[in-house]
Design a protein around this ligand. Structure first.
Ligand SMILES: Cc1cc2nc3c(=O)[nH]c(=O)nc-3n(C[C@H](O)[C@H](O)[C@H](O)COP(=O)(O)OP(=O)(O)OC[C@H]3O[C@@H](n4cnc5c(N)ncnc54)[C@H](O)[C@@H]3O)c2cc1C
Length: 372
């Protein structure tokens, strides 16, 4: 069995912290250190969702961490599409959500309880790390990623800003609104009993027409809150580095270089509409530590990780890109009547057999088929 005696992890996001926890369990004699640039208790964004199986993927590999997180999640069975001409409920499309900061706080406490050293507020230089194994979990703007990893980076054309609101929504909801300057969409869901994520998204031409490029964070939040005042029921939108961005589209073929392994957003991104980026980063960490602990040497473990994990992640990333592409023309889809619009949404990742849809969302399919 490979037994690294020292492991440096660059990045204390969900991927890096999961790797730290699993490494501390698998290699109890090793020094495991996480280097996180942000101060303790600080992160960007609000809540994140996990699709269908929620945290089931973690239960087998680390039931203790799973049991710490699971009770803190908000869960619901149905999804709601608020089309301007009527709402449609998509039954059976369940999600679970948790605040990003709460997730990181739980993972940090668990890592420290297992003896992991966390160094907050330190921007680590991968070149100065001396450990047997270095894990690059440093997110989208990774310094660990190099030419050896051959990154392919682009951006979706839509603009989005990630707000929060103290209005707890009943279900994961997508609200689409018409506007003379261009349509807007909001992805909103409760991630704590009293808080919801509220991501506003719009196509590039609408972004320009509304004049968001010349608005600061607070002005954008106030303007969006007025546009979505019906669904917000007058609640404000809160900011946390809620700048307008284009979602990055990243994929790397090579996830290892020498004694370094990369994971999470450092090697791939998955559009937030399928709620998988956090889960993917955590699953990468599981795959990496499983591969190393099951191999005869560190080299063999890294080779196994490189061979086995990217093809699995690639399928999810491809699905996320297809989903994101649907949003890039959502204003055209909105011209359909609500039920057809909902069918277009449900099948946006490709052809889904009718029988499968009937099993997944029997209530929605009955309503849709009755209307044909
Ligand atoms: C608007 C939006 C909504 C999203 N919604 C969801 C969702 O609903 N569900 C979901 O699953 N995913 C969602 N995601 C994606 C998710 O946030 C990411 O996929 C996930 O955070 C990736 O985890 P990670 O650990 O790889 O990287 P990150 O979470 O980015 O963590 C990387 C960490 O590395 C640190 N770091 C960087 N460089 C250094 C350095 N040199 N030294 C030390 N530390 C460093 C950073 O400070 C950061 O804390 C969303 C993303 C966006 C933008």
């Amino acid at each position: 069995m490979a037994k690294p005696s020292s492991i440096d992890i660059i990045g204390g996001g969900p991927g890096g912290l999961t790797a730290a926890i699993l490494a501390a369990r698998a290699f109890p004699q090793a020094r495991v250190t996480v280097h996180e640039a942000a101060p303790r208790g600080v992160t960007w964004g609000f809540g994140v969702v996990f699709s269908d199986r929620a945290l089931d993927f973690l239960a087998k590999d680390d039931p203790e961490t799973h049991d710490l997180i699971a009770p803190r999640m908000e869960r619901w069975q149905n999804m709601v599409l608020n089309h301007p001409d009527g709402a449609v409920t998509l039954d059976g499309i369940g999600f679970a959500a948790i605040g990003r900061l709460e997730l990181l706080t739980i993972l940090t406490a668990r890592a420290e309880a297992l003896g992991v050293e966390l160094r907050f507020g330190t921007e680590a230089d991968p070149a100065s790390m001396q450990a047997d194994l270095i894990i690059g979990a440093d997110g989208l703007n990774s310094r660990c990623r190099t030419a050896a990893n051959a990154p392919s980076l682009g951006h979706m054309s839509n603009r989005f800003a990630w707000f929060g609101t103290p209005r707890p929504f009943d279900a994961l909801t997508q609200t689409f609104i018409r506007h003379p300057k261009g349509a807007l969409n909001a992805h909103h869901y409760r991630y704590a009993p009293d808080m919801s994520t509220f991501i506003v998204e719009l196509e590039e031409a609408a972004f320009d027409a509304h004049g968001f490029a010349n608005m600061g964070e607070e002005e954008s939040a106030a303007y969006c809150a007025s546009l979505f005042s019906d669904v917000l029921e007058g609640a404000p939108l809160l900011t946390n580095r809620s700048i307008w961005r284009q979602f990055p589209k990243l994929w790397c073929e090579t996830w290892t270089a020498g004694n370094m392994a990369l994971l999470g957003d450092a090697v791939h991104t998955a559009h937030f509409s399928i709620g998988s980026g956090t889960r993917l980063a955590m699953e990468d960490a599981i795959a990496l530590i499983t591969a190393i602990s099951g191999a005869s040497s560190l080299e063999a473990g890294l080779a196994d990780y490189q061979q086995s994990r990217p093809p699995v992640a690639r399928k999810i990333v491809t699905g996320a890109n297809t989903s994101a592409a649907w949003y890039e023309t959502f204003s055209q889809h909105m011209e359909m009547p609500p039920l057809d619009f909902a069918m277009s949404y449900v099948t946006r990742s490709g052809r889904v057999p009718t029988e499968k849809l009937r099993a997944l969302s029997p209530g929605f399919m009955a309503e849709y088929e009755a209307a044909q």
